[in-house]
Each structure stands twice: as C-alpha cells, then as structure tokens.
Design a protein around this ligand. Structure first.
Ligand code: A2P
Length: 318
C-alpha cells in the first residue's frame, strides 16, 4: 500500500504520483508503455489534464492494467483538470464527461480548476490578450460541486492558486477545495501558500517538484545545486530523492514526471528516511526564482493579470 495523504474528504491520495504532462512527444505506443511501466513499478496516483493530451493513453494503459488484474480501480488515484476554455459554469460538466470518456473511467478521484482564469472559446495554449478573462470562480466552483454531488468526481480542487485566491474560494465554497496543486521545489518553496493551506485543511500537491530540468521554462539548477548534492551524498541518495523528500517532509505530495523506468523507481523510493533539521535549514536558504510562473496568461493590454506578480497576488518568494 502506497504512503498516502488523507484529504479533507477522508480519501487517501498516494504521496508520490506520476505527472503525465509532457510525454506528448513520444509515439503513442511508447506513451502508453510509460504508464504501464509506472503501474508495474508501483505508481497508483496519476495526474493528467485535458490540455496535456494524455488522458487517452493514460486511460488505455490503466484499463489494460485493470483487465490484467494488476490493479483495481479503487487502488488508483486519478486527477484531471478543467482547461481554461471550459471554465464557464455550463461547460464544466461536459468537459468532465469528455475527460472521463477519454480516460475510460466512471469517476475521477480529483478534478482541479487548472489556472485561475477563463479563456475565450478557441484560444490555444498561447492565448491572445483579448482571449483572457477573469474567472467566474463562484459559478465555476458551484458547477464543480454539482459534479461531486452527481458522483462523477470524488474530490475537487484548484491549481496555481495563491493564498489570497484560496481564501476567496473558502468564503463561499460549500465543498471546500481538497487540493491546491502548484509548482513547488527548493527554488520556489511556497511557504506562505503552504501555511495558508495547512490552516485551511487544503492539501498541497507539488507539480514539477524537480524544477523541470529539461524544459525550456524549467531549470537544471535545482538538481545541480551544491547544497542539494551535498545533502544527497550525506544520505546516500540522489539529488532528485532529496528534493522529493524535502517536499514530503513539508507535508506536500509530489508528482514528478519521468519516461524512464529506472528514474520512476528512484522517485518512488523516498520513504523510510527524513532530512535533518540542518538539511531543511540549508535548503530554506536557497535563492527563490520563478520557473513556470503563468506569464502565458498575463498581459499588459487586457485580461485580469498584468504580470506573474499580479497572478500570484504578490506572494512570490513569501
Ligand atoms: P526523464 O523522463 O528522462 O526521467 P519535473 O517533474 O520537475 O517537471 O521534472 C521532470 C523531468 O525530470 C523529466 O525531464 C525527467 O526526465 C527528469 N527526471 C525525473 N526523475 C528524475 C531523477 N530521478 N533524476 C534526474 N532527472 C529526473
């Protein structure tokens, strides 16, 4: 049984999951094979989103694994996300049904609002300024709550929300958000957000917990950081394991991406030990730098956010 966080719904969510967000470049059979390998080595928590184009092959691979008796539906934890062009109250249910159909599932374990913004229909991944609109948070949340009541999703939450936005949501939520999924690693420690979410009983899940070393917007600096490397050699672990353990020690779950079976195993093998207080102190001194800060939905010309600072309500680095 995987080590789990207990959500405010009472459900268990495995603390290490596999983010399927960036393997679109692989041929389809290889993408499916990545998921099958992950099930085989013990992953039970899978993260996807409409915008990742991974729901289809993830669903195929999970269906095959269930049919082969490798895993039962109740042992899996599957998250998907509402893309911003569907963040309209009347589009939530159809969008969720499309995700369920692509995933070949009857229900999701968790459904998240992907970003705190609404995009005009037809907008692509790089929206134009006139396609950016403020999110109708209350209307969209009510529609998500209705999906829970219909049994189509077990828990609902948000992604890329600042503390301020979490507090706004909590003011009217009948079903409080179970999770806030944000980029978090030693170069973006999200201290204020973690504190706020802890008090509000909202679990934080860290995406790109390794800092996305190979992505154009990411950085290899975290895994190459001398402090991380030193702590790793002291514990006889890899830098990635130290960075993941740092997240877990801070009470968050982590969803690293990997296409590689050896690294998948390495990323799951982060239990049964802890970083010391001194390790934590050293990591807390690492300089904070934004990575994927959401600038794709910020515009000086129009839309709700002029800059990433605006999007994050001035909380970056806090
Ligand atoms: P690969 O698929 O070749 O394993 P993040 O989850 O922070 O976005 O980072 C994902 C990236 O980190 C992927 O490019 C992945 O490459 C790489 N990666 C995943 N696990 C490890 C690891 N244990 N050590 C080094 N790099 C890793």
């Amino acid at each position: 049984m995987a080590e789990c966080a207990v959500l405010n719904t009472g459900a268990s969510m495995p603390l290490v999951g596999l983010d399927t967000g960036s393997n679109g470049a692989l041929p389809l059979d290889q993408r499916k094979a990545v998921i099958s390998a992950a099930v085989e080595v013990g992953y039970r928590h899978f993260d996807t989103a409409k915008i990742y184009n991974s729901e289809g092959f993830l669903g195929e691979a999970l269906k095959e694994a269930m049919e082969a008796g490798l895993v039962k539906r109740e042992d899996l934890f599957v998250t998907s996300k509402l893309w911003c062009t569907d963040a309209y109250p009347d589009r939530v249910l159809p969008a969720l049904r499309n995700s369920l159909s692509a995933l070949q599932l009857d229900y999701l374990d968790l459904y998240l609002i992907h970003w705190p913004i609404r995009l005009k229909e037809g907008a692509d991944r790089r929206p134009k300024p006139d396609e950016l609109m403020a999110l109708d948070l209350q209307g969209t949340w009510r529609a998500l709550e209705a999906c829970v009541k219909q049994g189509l999703v077990r828990a609902i939450g948000v992604s890329n929300f600042s503390s301020k936005k979490i507090m706004e949501l909590l003011e009217f939520a009948e079903i409080p958000p179970a999770v806030n999924q944000v980029e978090m690693h030693p170069q973006w420690q999200q201290r204020l957000l973690r504190e706020t979410c802890k008090k509000a009983n909202v679990h934080v899940c860290a995406w790109s917990p390794l800092g996305a070393p190979l992505m154009s917007w990411g950085t290899p600096e975290i895994l190459n950081n001398p402090i991380i490397k030193d702590i790793a050699s002291k514990h006889g672990k890899s830098p990635a394991q130290v960075v993941l353990r740092w997240g877990l020690d801070n009470g968050v779950s982590v969803i690293p991406k990997s296409f590689n079976k050896k690294r998948m195993v390495e990323n799951l093998d982060v239990f049964g030990w802890h970083l010391t207080d001194e390790d934590h102190q050293r990591i807390s001194g690492i300089e904070q730098k934004k990575n994927f800060d959401g600038s794709f939905i910020c515009s000086q010309v129009s839309g709700p956010y002029k800059s990433p600072e605006d999007l994050w309500d001035g909380e970056f680095g806090l």
